[in-house]
Design a protein around this ligand. Structure first.
Ligand SMILES: [Zn+2]
Length: 229
């Protein structure tokens, strides 16, 4: 029997899936979303379904023994990656993986978007990490993503897509939407001569704002993404 919290989170997974699909942040059956339900209890989207048309009964429980009631309702093939990040980051309660087109373009080019040219990205997304390419679904991807998530909430998976983690599904969604918008803005800036970096004092002010809003976890010691790197 599902309790009220579980039902609410199932509905949120469907709603955030709809927003991802409506904003064209995923295509086909791309992507997967999960949320922490309790101690060692999770909910995750099923494999092979469009995120735009999920229903609460399709959402999978992903506990110690994943429930897999039918062939049309199987746990995402990337669940191992989600689980590895949850194990690494007790503060993370929701994870979204998707293939937003422009951010994924940066991932295909192995290019980290330089955050120190745009205040919103520098405060809310920095640092963005690049996860080396691993075949999707391979267990090595879980280990690589876990390692990258130690120092970042926003990961680009080389030649694949993006992962955003947060304390809630809504916050993880905001990061994914902002990451894609930021990637589009950088491409637009390149067309008109290239983005200009903040000056050193401005970078310091933004770092202070980041610490105020997000705490010290990703403070001044975290390396900045170099433009064009
Ligand atoms: Zn993927």
């Amino acid at each position: 029997m599902k309790d009220e919290l579980e039902q609410t989170l199932r509905e949120q997974l469907c709603e955030i899936g709809r927003r991802l699909w409506t904003r064209q942040l995923c295509a086909g059956s791309d992507g997967n979303l999960s949320v922490r339900l309790g101690s060692d209890r999770y909910l995750c989207t099923p494999t092979g379904h469009s995120k735009g048309f999920l229903s609460t009964d399709l959402i999978c429980r992903a506990d110690a023994g994943p429930e897999q009631p039918s062939e049309s309702h199987r746990l995402s093939s990337e669940w191992a990656m989600h689980r590895a990040i949850y194990d690494e980051r007790p503060d993370v309660h929701a994870i979204i993986h998707s293939h937003p087109p422009t951010a994924t373009g940066f991932a295909l080019a192995h290019r980290l978007p330089a955050t120190w040219v745009y205040a919103e990205a520098d405060v809310l997304l920095h640092p963005i990490a690049m996860v080396p390419y691993v075949t999707p679904g391979d267990s090595r991807l879980a280990a690589a993503a876990r390692s990258a998530a130690r120092g970042s909430d926003v990961l680009l998976l080389a030649n694949h897509g993006a992962v955003c983690v947060a304390e809630s599904l809504e916050q993880a969604y905001f990061k994914m939407e902002m990451l894609e918008a930021f990637a589009q803005i950088l491409i637009a800036a390149e067309r008109v001569g290239g983005a200009k970096q903040f000056l050193t004092p401005e970078q310091g002010e933004l770092a202070a704002l980041r610490r105020k809003l997000r705490g010290d976890r990703f403070g001044p010691s975290s390396p900045r993404n170099k433009p064009g790197s």
